[in-house]
Ligand binder design. Structure first.
Ligand code: GSH
Length: 227
């Protein structure tokens, strides 16, 4: 059976993507959680994950002898090995577009990722206001997200970015979580899309499991001084 190595559900946005993708698509896998202790070379996390993935990061997918690391590579591998699941859109032009927005997420949105780290159980709306006020690049990232999602939802009529749920929705699921945690303002149609994604059974399961995790990791809590 496939094995997916992940980090903490509350914090690990990269781990969330292939996990919710496989859950939603009904692809069986075994989850192996390696909680974040620290990212020092001698940490339990680095020693365990480093033995599989020399880059020392999660997620990592293990399929027998094959080890795939890095989220985009994992999603591509799953799409290739599960052609019946239409993880990418079947239409060539839509598939190219879906790949483009995932690559854009993979390589971009640095300000949003830096200032608004995923933290499912937290309420950081006060911090969100300050970040939006002080960080023009976060405002620009958010504007690009709104522009992208509005355009896709309008072009394909929803309910997901490319019609049916796929890799693109899994890719942006943690962005929806950040928007909610930090109370970032978005138009009603975008808020509805975020809610719709969070009600998908696979996404809902991740969020529920994150909420009961209760492992406070200081390095992932730049704004909080108490649990
Ligand atoms: N490009 C990688 C990024 C993965 C990543 O940064 N994962 C974080 C957890 S969300 C991690 O393992 N961090 C460990 C570190 O920074 O040393 C991917 O797409 O999977």
């Amino acid at each position: 059976m496939l094995k997916l190595y992940i980090g903490n559900k509350n914090y690990s946005s990269w781990s969330m993507r292939p996990w919710v993708l496989m859950k939603e698509a009904g692809i069986d896998f075994q989850e192996v959680m390696v909680p974040f202790d620290s990212f020092d070379a001698d940490s339990h996390f680095k020693k365990t994950i480093g033995a599989l993935n020399p880059a020392g990061r999660v997620p990592v997918l293990v399929d027998g002898e094959i080890v795939v690391y890095d989220t985009l590579a994992i999603c591509e591998y799953l799409a290739e090995t599960h052609p019946d699941h239409a993880l990418w859109p079947r239409d060539k032009a839509l598939r190219a577009h879906a790949r483009s927005v995932c690559a854009e997420m993979h390589a971009g949105f640095a300000a949003l990722r830096t200032h608004c780290g995923m933290n499912i159980e937290a309420d950081l709306r006060v911090q969100g206001k300050i970040i939006l006020r002080d960080q023009p690049q976060v405002r620009a990232d958010l504007a690009r997200i709104v522009q992208m999602w509005s355009g896709l939802l309008e072009a394909h009529g929803g309910p997901m970015l490319f019609g049916a749920f796929g890799i693109a929705d899994a890719y942006f699921a943690p962005v929806g979580v950040r928007i909610k945690t930090f109370g970032l303002p978005v138009p009603a149609g975008i808020a509805t899309y975020i809610e719709r994604v969070q009600q998908l059974p696979g996404v809902k399961a991740w969020i529920e499991e994150a909420l009961v995790e209760k492992r406070f990791v200081v390095m992932d809590e730049p704004y909080r001084i108490t649990g």
